[in-house]
Design a protein. Structure first.
Lengths: 193, 193
DNA sequence: CCCATTCTAGAATGTTCATTCTAGAAAAGT
DNA sequence: ACTTTTCTAGAATGAACATTCTAGAATGGG
């Protein structure tokens, strides 16, 4: 029937994600995206719609991308506390791992767009809730396994852990001392004892 | 000698601060600033320099403004833990208090500009350090007064409290359940017992 | 009164923005 | 070979951007 697409849609979307991740929504121009995605301006509009729609797709892709990376880190059978530490380390390591920008597109977007775009605000809230659920499930598993005390309230703790993680995803972007960041993780986890 | 300025420089700078606070740096145009500051475009450039310079002034003014508001909340003689709670509540209340935008210009700027502007990254790190010092001083006072255990490490705790506060300043911008936010504060403060 | 300065108003400049367009070449199934 | 779609390339559009300009009115100390 017709000519087939020559670029890989996911791969191209990933390129857009990287740019939004590093620069934010407003700072990233369509020209930047054309240069970085490696396909024609017209192809971007045909495939991904306008800038905002492309951004929404990139945001969704980001969550999938990050979740996959994180989950593969959590496959090993570790004590619950250590699993939770893995989640924190995953965010902090992005400071060293230079393949991707420091920080987190979800937090960046929460800060940049939540007050200005109600639809995006809701998407971001949902994403935070899913992270919270991840902690919640780990804690419940821990209580079932017996390495997390039943005295603890998993619902409260998951809110608390999620908030700490949000904070870290801001601090890793600054010139903040990285020893400090590890100390924050240790102290936060001590609540689980 | 000459005609005197008709506008109050601080008051006009405050207007700029409000706009950057709500919209961020990139999203705020000079036209927005002209409309909101109520002085002529030319007067903005003459008085405050270009957009980035104006932003830096607004950021400095913001810290002064917020610090003053916060300090007046801490004048009363309260137990240390309650004083620290006051600091958290101050941030959270901004969610209800509609005079000013939700969230915090410091955190917003950390997220939006730290990776793109080294000078701003340093300014933001310094601002975070000063918040950390605020906590540190409260904790030392508490240990001297005797209502904070000497077992605690004030340096570690000040990092920890600062990070929690950063997280909250992101979450208050989202549609996140506000009951959750109070629970996070309570659980964070329980570490001080 | 005079002159330096700051105000007002809005036009001008030149760049960059997101988006759409024309125009034709390349592929793939019928 | 024909048709349909997607590709390439780059120009066009019209708005918005930061910044600077001309031009004159207002003000205040000498």
């Amino acid at each position: 029937m017709a000519r087939s697409k020559e670029f890989d849609e996911k791969q191209t979307l990933k390129k857009a994600m990287e740019l939004f991740w590093k620069q934010g929504y407003e700072k990233t121009s369509m020209q930047d995206l054309v240069d970085h995605m490696g396909i024609h301006r017209r192809s971007i509009y045909d495939t991904f719609g306008d800038k905002r729609t492309l951004f929404l797709s990139a945001l969704t892709y980001y969550e999938e991308f990050i979740t996959n990376k994180l989950m593969s880190r959590l496959e090993r059978d570790l004590p619950t506390k250590q699993k939770i530490q893995e989640v924190f380390m995953f965010v902090i390591n992005s400071k060293v791992d230079s393949d991707y920008p420091k920080g987190c597109l979800t937090v960046n977007t929460a800060v940049e767009l939540s007050l200005l775009d109600e639809e995006i605000a809701q998407i971001i809230s949902d994403m935070f809730t899913r992270t919270e659920n991840l902690f919640y499930n780990l804690l419940i598993q821990g209580q079932n396994k017996g390495d997390i005390s039943n005295e603890h309230n998993p619902e409260l703790l998951s809110l608390y852990l999620n908030n700490t993680l949000v904070g870290l995803r801001v601090l890793v972007k600054t010139n903040y001392n990285s020893n400090n960041i590890e100390n924050i993780v240790d102290l936060t986890l001590s609540v689980l004892d």
